[in-house]
Design a protein around this ligand. Structure first.
Ligand code: AMP
Length: 286
């Protein structure tokens, strides 16, 4: 028998929720410990928690990447419930984007650089689906990972600008023992690729060490980080930058808090990570 806690249509979800404003954790499935930490946090703060599982076609700029994205709904639902979810919302693309759907939400400025430049249309897809999810679920709060730092800032901007419901809560990145940020994409790495990928957190750690020693110059951070990344031929760095966390514009020196953003390709898999850089302070927590 179908699990009544798994809901496939927006209309059914609204009916099930009635006047309840739940905690919401939007995901694309293939759940790992990073997602589970978001779900556990939401469940600890709300009587009802909804986890959405939707591989959103409009945020993939590469159809092969969309096709290859893992789809494991049954296991994801079990994991979500075990982590504290009450409902799993797993709509079809046709339910989310019925015939005639014609609206796209774009967030200017914050999407110009980094992932926005590397993946044209990606953030318009993300912003539109998150807007649709927030208006469909009407949560008291929605939980997103800092792992996707630019995405989190884009969502915060859209949420404030469009007066979308509930709060946006950013949650810390969950990492493997060697520091690699958990990601559904890590499953696609070969064994040597997985080893090479550890250079990404190692680069961020090296930058964090420099910041804690009092270094403030971006040039010094970037050359230290790139030296670690480039030591491993299995990694193709795309960008490594030090930015203002609010605007995501590059800074020349860090003062107060800044964010290091990194994207690199390993085995053809695009991996993202980021870390806070605070002068005179150790921020790395893995
Ligand atoms: P995704 O399923 O990849 O779209 O991710 C769903 C949510 O989980 C997003 O808010 C991500 O930022 C978050 N997330 C993904 N990986 C991690 C991680 N390693 N730690 C914390 N949150 C994460």
């Amino acid at each position: 028998m179908a699990d009544p806690r798994i809901v496939h249509r927006r209309a059914d979800l609204r009916q099930r929720l009635g006047t309840i404003a739940p905690g919401l954790v939007p995901t694309m499935g293939a759940l790992h410990e990073g997602h589970r930490s978001l779900i556990a946090r939401a469940a600890s703060e709300h009587p009802v928690t909804v986890v959405s599982v939707f591989v959103n076609p409009t945020q993939f700029n590469d159809p092969a990447d969309y096709a290859a994205y893992p789809r494991t709904l049954e296991r994801d639902a079990d994991d979500a419930f075990a982590a504290g979810a009450d409902l799993v919302f797993a709509p079809s693309a046709a339910d989310m984007y019925p015939p005639g759907f014609a609206t796209t939400v774009t967030v200017a400025g914050l999407t110009d650089r980094w992932e926005g430049a590397a993946r044209p249309g990606h953030f318009a897809g993300v912003a539109t689906v998150v807007c649709l999810l927030l208006n469909s679920v009407r949560p008291a709060a929605s939980y997103f990972g800092e792992k996707d730092f630019q995405q989190l800032q884009v969502i915060r901007r859209m949420h404030a600008d469009l007066a979308l419901p509930g709060d946006i809560v950013g949650c810390p990145t969950v990492r493997d023992a060697d520091g690699l940020a958990l990601s559904s994409r890590n499953a696609r790495l070969s064994a040597p690729g997985r080893e090479a990928a550890a250079a990404i957190p190692a680069a961020l750690r090296a930058m964090d060490r420099l910041a804690s020693s009092g270094e403030t110059s971006t040039e010094a951070f970037v050359s230290a980080g790139l030296a670690v990344l480039e030591a491993d031929p299995g990694i193709v760095p795309d960008y490594l930058a030090v930015v203002d966390p609010a605007t995501l514009e590059p800074v020349e020196k860090i003062a107060g808090d800044a964010r290091a953003l990194v994207a690199a390709v390993v085995d053809g898999v695009r991996l993202l990570d980021n870390a806070a850089l605070v002068p005179g302070q150790r921020s790395w927590v893995s």
